[in-house]
Design a protein around this ligand. Structure first.
Ligand code: AFP
Length: 307
């Protein structure tokens, strides 16, 4: 059996401070996963979007903030669960934007959920092509971590036998250009008729299979591995979609585009999108280059605000 490569060994080829930050996130998994059974129920309130915050959302957010602050490497933390960014250490090199627990409504049904983290050197708001690194953790049947620090997209699996280490599973990942699965968020009758037509073509023309798990990290992982298409599109009720540009879309768009996939906001790549509001939502479309180009040719994919 090939010698296992741990994440500690793998990050040696990147900037030392960035590596330390990535390893800090990797090192949180055991404590976070151990907390799940004790916080399956319980509501901690509502967040700045007016969404219900599960008790586990709040716990994971606080835990990650404390661990990141303790590194001395983080200047500021923006989080889906923080009303204002947390000011940590003025002269530290990095700014972090995160969704601490993406897909938390999946907790009670034991479906996948995870953590999304974007690491910047500049303060927000900046476009996603300023990301120094992105990573996500997926708490599924196994715990995996994918990171991209600008030198490829790499996936690790948490091994429990003997040592709780992340071992390399897939290196320099590439999004398959053919076939795969598709997942579409929101309510189909709320989409534009043209987008609904495009959605039907994913089955009728491209032969994709429907796979939707209700957590962006889980649906993202499916198309990263199998290829295909994922969107949380613009709709009548939510012309800007549901997912957040800085906490979810930008970090994952870096990973997906660096793995050879394409992303779109409805007007440009999600890495080019410029916005002054760090809490803004955005429609998001992820897919093979071919499928995203076909989507761009569809007349009205998005509803205009107030339409
Ligand atoms: P929760 O964190 O409230 O479960 O929402 C998850 C999410 O933000 C994202 O991870 C999913 O892609 C999307 O919402 C699912 O939204 P629907 O519940 O409308 O399908």
């Amino acid at each position: 059996m090939a010698q296992e490569v741990t994440i500690e060994e793998h990050v040696q080829h990147i900037d030392d401070e960035l590596a330390r930050l990535i390893l800090t996130v990797a090192g949180m998994s055991v404590d976070i996963r151990n907390e799940f059974p004790h916080r399956l129920m319980g509501i901690a309130g509502t967040n700045k979007y007016g969404e219900v915050v599960a008790e586990l959302d709040a716990w994971v957010n606080d835990y990650i903030c404390k661990k990141l602050a303790a590194t001395g490497l983080v200047r500021k933390i923006y989080s889906e669960e923080l009303v204002q960014p947390m000011l940590v250490k003025e002269d530290a090199p990095f700014v972090v934007a995160m969704d601490p627990l993406d897909g938390s409504s999946n907790i009670v049904t034991n479906n996948p959920f995870g953590t999304i983290i974007g690491i910047y050197r500049k303060d927000l708001p900046v476009s996603g092509d300023n990301l120094a690194a992105s990573l996500y953790k997926l708490y599924g049947p196994i715990t995996t971590l994918v990171y991209d620090a600008g030198k490829g997209v790499h996936e690790f699996v948490k091994h429990r036998k003997g040592h709780a280490k992340y071992c390399l599973l897939n290196e320099n990942m590439r999004v398959p250009s053919e076939g795969g699965v598709f997942g579409l968020g929101g309510e189909p009758l709320d989409w534009t008729p043209e987008f609904l037509g495009f959605a039907k073509s994913l089955v009728k023309v491209h032969g994709l299979k429907l796979r939707y798990c209700g957590a962006f990290v889980g649906d993202f992982s499916q198309i990263l591995h199998k290829g295909g298409f994922f969107a949380y599109p613009s709709s009548v009720k939510s012309p800007k979609g549901k997912l957040r540009l800085f906490y979810e879309a930008q970090p994952m768009a870096k990973i997906f585009e660096d793995a050879g996939g394409a992303t779109w906001s409805g007007s440009e790549s999600l890495l080019q999108t410029k916005c002054d509001d760090v809490n803004v939502r955005t429609p998001l479309y992820f897919g093979s280059k071919e499928l995203v180009e076909l989507l761009k040719g569809v007349k009205t994919v998005a509803h205009k605000d107030g339409e």
